[in-house]
Design a protein around this ligand. Structure first.
Ligand code: GTB
Length: 217
């Protein structure tokens, strides 16, 4: 059964592959699993029909037969378990560690990165913007310091590339090109290794093509 993912009709990331369908696309590509894409408008995302699939009215949604999933982390984990491939090792301990990194990406690293990326948009007019940005940079750098230390000289977080790396790279990409990320050359190289993977390239091209088509309409 070919999975179907639902993504933005017109992604606000302007084809940069920063919306959360990118991690699902990448996981499916790593698993060499063909998939279909449905698009949803901002208006339709808040209608009852869509809310029955995704209670928070967000993308991505993943459908595989009767199975409907939301939350990109849960979807990536499902894809890794369902379709195997390179995303999760067979050995139970290595598999559990890879899943730890997947959760670390979403639950420990992503929150400060996400807040920092949004602070100028959400709080751009506030008199305390600069203080808030500095506080968030401090929080994010605590996480990035620890991550860079854990990665060390290795290519990937725990042996071979896996679902944890996939998720971590998608999180870190939000800071690509920032002064903060410039302080972490090993993490810049880590992101580049992820982006160089053929599966990433295919996923990126697919979302980019969709975004460009949406602009042509
Ligand atoms: N925890 C959920 C998950 O991981 O699946 C969060 C899903 C989520 O945040 N979805 C966002 C969404 O649907 C899109 S990805 N937002 C619409 C809404 O909430 O009404 C987050 C995102 C949005 C925009 C950019 N961007 O423009 O760069 C990047 C990432």
């Amino acid at each position: 059964m070919k999975p179907i993912i639902t993504v933005f009709e017109r992604s606000p990331d302007r084809g940069r592959g920063l919306a959360r369908d990118m991690r699902v696309r990448w996981a499916l590509e790593e698993a060499e699993q063909d998939y279909e894409v449905r698009t949803v408008s901002f208006e339709a995302m808040k209608q009852p029909g869509y809310l029955a699939l995704q209670p928070f009215g967000q993308i991505p949604v993943y459908q595989e037969g009767d199975l409907v999933l939301f939350e990109s982390g849960a979807i990536v984990l499902h894809v890794a378990e369902r379709f195997g491939g390179r995303l999760l090792p067979e050995a139970p301990s290595a598999r559990a560690r890879q899943i730890s990194w997947l959760f670390a990406a979403i639950d420990t690293v992503e929150p400060p990165v996400f807040e920092l990326d949004l602070v100028d948009i959400l709080d751009g007019c506030k008199p305390w913007l600069e203080d808030r940005r500095q506080a968030l940079e401090g929080l994010a750098s605590v996480r990035l310091d620890a991550l860079a230390a854990a990665l060390g000289e290795s290519d990937w977080l725990d042996g071979a590339f896996g679902a944890g790396d996939l998720m971590m790279v998608t999180v870190l990409r939000r800071l690509s090109g920032t002064a903060l990320m410039g302080r972490y050359p090993s993490l810049i190289d880590y992101i580049a290794r992820g982006e160089a993977r053929p599966a990433f390239q295919r996923a990126f091209a697919a979302q980019r093509t969709l975004f460009e088509a949406s602009q042509a309409e």
